[in-house]
Design a protein around this ligand. Structure first.
Ligand code: PLP
Length: 458
């Protein structure tokens, strides 16, 4: 496409599309990134440039890779056969097959799925499942305990459970006031690198988990409905909890009759080298939330999955979405899960991820690298090794943006977020692609450091 045509397309995009959480000033200066095609782990933009995608589409969605003929064909066939069913008392064969498959791959006795369209909707549904389960038991419990730094979604209930997460402060403020009945993010994240209490594992005695108990007690324990958390915190910067943390949270929930919701919107379906994030910790939640990787981004779909004993207890579940359990999305999800199984992508994620994190460890020699962490193909390089223990530490946001910008110029797509570089490639990523990613990141860090030191980069 000629340069003039591309510029007018960019201009039109800025005028006619309201972009999600993207500064207008940034869009006006550089325009949006207009993509044309994807293939495997590569993306191609309207200028014909190739990028290695180390972020699964930017928000961790594309597990099985781009351009999967098998998924496209399953969606096409489903569209021809039956493109829609209503969510009331109706479903399709493909949606039942998907529910069966989810019961197989999820841990323990999670077996009943409520289908909707996005992670945010599924978080809302999980919170409603908890409330309505308690109500069926004759209890009026509605308060939600969640973690600071957590991200659970953009709808008002999910946003109310969202804690301060890098870059999401203004997002929350723009939506104030929050839903009043949901307790706000009130417990401490298991963020050992910047422990709010300045403690060190294991001497800390998992004080972060204890703050969940304090949040329950500080509320009225009889009014607390659920604790929601991400088994490995995603948007917060791939925060992996220390051993024993999740088991302790499970114990606390059981002690107070509170349901435990695991938000696996990012961690699900092999992202962290196990089928689900909780599988690393041998903990079974009462409700699990999945989205993103469920369809590898081929169609919108999400689910709140719970145990039969909870689903059976609720006589009529009050939540409804016109496109819940959509047959075409279900066909995409089912085929996607079959591919993940057949190609052994969960084990592949663990193996390539372990190789990649070893290489990333080598980046600690850069003066601006503070921490490297991750599980499977989900990793973070935290910049700015400031020793501050302050939760509100002001990081130089420009540095991570600069690193990502330089990397993109070099043909690598990574994500800067609140001073951290997030890496979450598709699960089909090869060892060579992992090595290439770390090489480019290394070069980008060196370039930014050189300019920072000489003061020539803005
Ligand atoms: N939960 C987690 C952990 C997420 O990371 C996200 C989105 O990034 C959501 C929920 C919300 O999902 P969605 O954007 O599909 O509504």
């Amino acid at each position: 496409m000629a340069t003039e045509g591309k510029n007018s397309l960019r201009q039109e995009a800025v005028e006619k599309i309201i972009f999600h959480a993207t500064p207008k000033q940034w869009l006006k200066a550089g325009g949006p990134w207009i993509l044309e095609r994807g293939d495997g782990a590569f993306l191609y933009d309207a200028d014909g440039r190739e990028y290695l995608d180390a972020l699964s589409g930017g928000v961790f969605a594309v597990l099985a890779g781009y351009g999967r003929e098998e998924i496209a064909r399953a969606m096409y066939e489903q569209a021809r056969t039956l493109n829609y069913t209503s969510p009331y008392a109706t479903t399709s064969v493909v949606t039942i097959n998907l529910a069966r498959k989810l019961a197989e791959v999820t841990p323990g006795d999670l077996s009943a799925s409520f289908f909707c369209n996005s992670g945010s909707e599924a978080v809302e549904a999980a919170i409603k499942l908890a409330h309505q389960y308690h109500e069926a038991n004759g209890e009026r419990r509605y308060r939600v305990v969640s973690l600071r730094r957590a991200y659970h979604g953009a709808t008002m209930g999910a946003l109310s459970a969202t804690g301060w997460s890098p870059g999401f402060g203004p997002f929350r403020r723009a939506a104030d006031p929050m839903v009043p009945v949901a307790g706000h993010a009130n417990a401490m994240p298991p963020y050992c690198y910047r422990c709010e209490l300045g403690l060190t594992y294991p001497d800390c005695g998992l004080a972060c988990a204890t703050t969940i108990e304090q949040a329950i007690l500080g509320s009225d324990p009889e009014l607390v409905s659920c604790v929601i958390l991400e088994p490995i915190m995603g948007t917060a910067g791939c925060i992996v909890p220390p051993p024993g943390y999740l088991a302790k949270v499970r114990e606390i929930c059981d002690r107070y009759g509170v349901l435990m919701i695991s938000d696996e919107v990012v961690c699900g379906f092999g992202r962290t080298g196990r089928w689900f994030g909780v599988d690393h910790f041998d903990v079974i939640p009462d409700v699990m939330v999945v989205a993103k990787g469920l369809t590898s981004g081929y169609a919108p779909m999400a689910a709140a999955i719970t145990k039969a004993e909870i689903a059976d207890r609720i006589p009529i579940f009050f939540d409804v979405h016109t496109y819940g359990g959509h047959p075409i999305s279900a066909a995409a999800a089912l085929t996607n899960i079959e591919i993940i199984r057949r190609e052994d992508l969960v084990r592949h994620s663990a193996e390539v991820g372990a190789h990649m994190i070893k290489l990333l460890e080598g980046l600690r020699t850069h003066p601006i690298v503070g921490d490297v962490r991750g599980r499977g193909l989900f990793m973070a390089v935290e910049l700015m090794p400031a020793p501050s223990r302050d939760e509100n530490l002001v990081l130089d946001m420009a540095v991570d943006n600069q690193v990502a910008e330089v990397a993109r110029d070099m043909g690598l797509f990574i994500r800067p977020l609140g001073g951290t570089i997030l890496l979450a490639p598709p699960l089909i990523f090869t060892r060579d692609q992992a090595e290439r990613t770390v090489e480019v990141l290394d070069a980008a860090l060196a370039e930014v450091e050189a300019h920072q030191l000489s003061g020539t980069r803005g």
